[in-house]
Design a protein around this ligand. Sequence first.
Ligand SMILES: [Zn+2]
Ligand SMILES: [Zn+2]
Length: 350
Amino acid sequence: MNNSGVTMWEQRWHPLREEWVIVAAHRHDRPWHGERAAATATRAPAYVEDCYFCPGNRRVGGACNPHYRSVFVFDNDHPCVGPDAPQSLAAPPGIYRNSPATGIARVVCYTPLHNVTLAELEAGEITALLRAWREQYVELGDRPEVRHVLIFENKGEVVGVSNPHPHGQIYATNFVFKTIETEVIASRRYYADHGRVLFQDIIGSELADGRRVLAENASAIVFLPYFARYAYECYVAPRETHPSLATMSDGELADLSAALKWLLVRYDNLWRMSFPYVLTLHQAPTDGGDYGGFHFHIECHPPLRKPDLLKYLAGPEVGGGNFLSDTLPEVKAAELRGLPAVHYRAGVDG
Ligand SMILES: [Zn+2]
Ligand SMILES: [Zn+2]
């Protein structure tokens, strides 16, 4: 125990993944007091000639982007799953099996502006993005060969993204991604055992404790969960249970976008830098199953613990499959809550 009465060394159960997270924050969980990146004096230009995503530019595949003004969705020129994937595959020997990598991979440009981040878009623009995500989920999920639609954003060079033009991706696949499958099974079992929605009880537990709740509005909530595996891992979710964006009202979408913006502004303000993360929408599979107990949410996994320090995935995570966290969720939540509400680049000309 430290002087705030918080245990800094314990194991915490992750109810959605059904696994332990080792919290060992007694070792070196110190707030960052080192160098902070200075707010860039001048922005990159709003349009970049050789960017594949800027309006009017030619992409690698040869297609030309329209002069779009809002959200722009197109088929990925380098798809990892696609309609053209080889169909007739030789069966592998022994116990192994394979399957055609069919599916649809798309890119979603959030805005024509090259030099902003999702955090800097107006709440109304983020709502437009949520609407586009909803349309994509419904359209792609309706296809009989698509069992799941994974919508995500990789942001920052440390997660492998070299083009800063704000964009995300969609993988509509003929299988359900493992994490979603795990959450589906956990939610289903919980409902059978308790007659309640697991994610509702997570929200209830966060509200009852209060220390990790970051923001709330009429129909959405932001929190850094008790069982966070990454230092600044946060969830953004509607309060009501919706298996996906598809059943959410426009009012709920507006609240969700306000909640998401709340979080992303704090992320960028934390070290006054464009904060890298992997943001993923966890929505129910689209294979026709019953997912009434599945509660749609957005998960943000930032890879950094400090401005210059990555969370390395090593022995426990890669070798063992469970996470070791060096930070205490309650402390990280307090850090995020204490940050300014105005984006640090607001007013910087571009
Ligand atoms: Zn661009
Ligand atoms: Zn999830």
